[in-house]
Every structure is written in C-alpha cells, then in structure tokens.
Write a protein that binds this ligand. Structure first.
Ligand code: HEC
Length: 301
C-alpha cells in the first residue's frame, strides 16, 4: 500500500535493549542473592511484555498512545536530580532513546509478539492477549488475517484521512491498517466511522477511544471482517449496541474501559467466538459475570 507512515518502532529491536541495559537490573523477576530474596523495585518488572502491561504496585506504568500518562516514559524524562528519575543511578537514557520510547508509546505500544521472561507469567496470559501472543502465533494470526486483503487505493486513503482518520499499516509490509482519530476525538462521530467503510476490508486495529460515537458506529464496525482489536473506551456505547458485533470473526480483543457496559453487554461480547480479551476497568460488569465467561479473559480490575 502507499506509504502512510514511517516504519513503526520495533519493541524487541529498539526498546528492549534500552530496558535490558538500563532498567532490568532493578526491575525484573524476583531472584536470590546471598540467600536473600530480591524483589523488583516498586513491584515493577520490565523484563516481560505482560509484566510491563501489568504495571507496578502503584498501578499501570504504560498507557498506549499517551506517553505523558506512562510512568516508564515520565520517569526517564524527569530532571536527573529528581528522586523519581529513572534510572536512579548510572547512565540516563540518551535523547535518542527517550524519543524512541516516546514514539513507541505514541504508536500504540505494540510488543509485536515479544513476551520476554515467562517467570511468574499468569496462565491466562500467554497466547491470548494480542500484545503477548506467542510470537509464532502472532505472526501466523496476522498472516492469515492479511490473506486476500488488497492494498488500499490512494484515493480511498485520502478520503478517509480527510474525514479525520489517522491510518497506518500495522507493519511495514502489511496491507492491513490501524486507524484512530486521536487528533480529533471529539469530532469523531458515527458519520466519520461510516466514512471508513471503503477500507473496511483492511482495518485490523481500530481505536475509537474517547470519541463521540454511539451504537450506530457499531453497526459500521460489524462490517469490518478483519478487525482484530477494537478500542471503545469512554464512549457512549450501550449493552444492546454490542450485539451488532456478534458476526465479527477475527476480533481478538476489545476495550470498553469507562463505558456503561454491564453484564448484558458482556453476554453479547461472549457471542463473538474469536474474542479472547475484554478490558473492562470502570464498567458495570460484575465480578461474578466477569469470572463466569468461559474462554474469555475479562479484566475488570
Ligand atoms: C538501580 C535500580 C533501578 C534502576 C536501574 C531503575 N529503577 Fe525504576 N525504580 C527503582 C526504585 C528503587 C523505584 C522505587 C522508587 C520509589 O518508590 O521512590 C523505582 C520505581 C520506578 C517506577 C515507578 C513505579 C511506580 O509506579 O511506583 C518506574 C515507572 C520505573 N522505576 C521505571 C524505570 C525505568 C523505565 C528504568 C530504566 C530506564 C528504571 N526504572 C531503572 C530502581 C531502579
């Protein structure tokens, strides 16, 4: 497809070496030293994707697309004499390293299948969370997803971009794209989502978080056959609206953080056979319903 963005930052090749050199000495799986058990500082491990997503004893340290709300970025940009500057001693990150980290988070903090240490990894993580799918599984999933997806014509791209969408290939060689409206969430309405229909065949990741969409947009989304990841956080969607998504065949993860979704909505989501992960912090989904959905990892806290 046409070049829509420069190559995305590759976590394993570009970010992990920085963490490995400057962070994991203090932020890794517990280990024994001189007969004493050493725990990761602040309960934070940076030696595995699932652990980075889990965060520290104080909560999340990474918010995709939002570096300033991500502790792992904030802490390396603080002045060196600040107590919370990371690393607390030794070499700070170079300007180039800080910029890479920032770009990686802005691009969506995709681990690209990298898992890292499996020490202490919860059983329900491997192979299900998109960011931490086993690498081979990840590659195979996207390869089969891409089969038959023709490159998006330039005119179609242009029209969608004119509607305010940001569009980028999910990897440098892929015909699949990820779409967001981060440059104008409040002006992203149901009509703007409908304007994406000409590229419906190519959309693998769609981020509509904090936009002005309603259930009407879900009917459009139902027409995106290759959609694997959908972010609907803090929108006005309802339980009933989610029923429209039941025909999606490749949806792997959905984020409904901060919406009015409750147990009835979760029931509708459970009808999507391919769905593995539901991120549902600050919703009305009850713990009983969350733990009662077989084969579905529902994260409510
Ligand atoms: C020499 C040990 C050491 C190294 C190296 C180190 N840290 Fe830390 N880190 C700490 C300690 C100690 C704390 C807890 C500080 C506190 O509670 O005041 C901490 C806390 C943090 C926190 C805050 C966690 C929270 O939510 O409270 C983040 C984020 C963090 N480190 C990121 C990093 C990153 C990113 C790197 C690498 C660039 C790094 N650290 C390197 C020792 C280290």
């Amino acid at each position: 497809m046409a070049a829509t963005a420069s190559a995305a930052v590759n976590f394993e090749k570009e970010i992990w070496p920085i963490f490995e050199k400057k962070c994991v000495e203090c932020h890794r799986a517990p280990f024994e030293e001189n007969g004493k058990k050493k725990e990761p500082k602040a309960g934070l491990r940076l030696d595995a994707s699932w652990a980075i997503m889990k965060g520290s004893e104080n909560g999340p340290v990474l918010k995709a697309k939002d570096p300033s709300a991500s502790g792992i970025y904030e802490s390396v940009t603080l002045p060196e004499d600040d107590d919370d500057h990371m690393p607390p001693k030794g070499d700070s990150l170079t300007d180039a390293e800080v910029k890479l980290l920032k770009t990686w988070i802005e691009e969506g903090a995709d681990f690209g299948g990298w898992i890292g240490s499996k020490d202490g990894m919860p059983a329900n993580v491997g192979g299900s969370v998109p960011g931490v799918m086993r690498k081979r599984e990840h590659e195979e999933f996207y390869k089969s997803l891409e089969a038959g997806a023709k490159a998006v014509p330039d005119a179609v791209l242009k029209a969608a971009k004119a509607a305010g969408a940001q569009i980028a290939p999910i990897s440098t060689t892929s015909t699949l794209v990820r779409v967001d409206f981060l440059t104008g969430v409040s002006s992203c309405t149901d009509e703007k989502v409908a304007a994406l229909l000409p590229l419906a065949d190519n959309i693998a990741h769609l981020d509509l978080g904090r936009t002005a969409i309603t259930d009407a947009a879900l009917a459009t989304i139902a027409k995106m056959p290759r959609l694997a990841r959908l972010d609907l956080r803090q929108t006005k969607i309802t339980d009933g609206g989610l029923e429209a998504l039941s025909g999606l065949k490749n949806l792997n993860s959905i984020n409904v953080y901060g919406t009015a979704i409750g147990d009835a909505g979760l029931k509708n989501l459970a009808n999507i056979k391919s769905l593995k992960n539901v991120y549902a912090f600050l919703t009305k989904i009850t713990p009983a319903a969350a733990s009662g959905t077989k084969g579905l990892n529902v994260v409510i806290k």
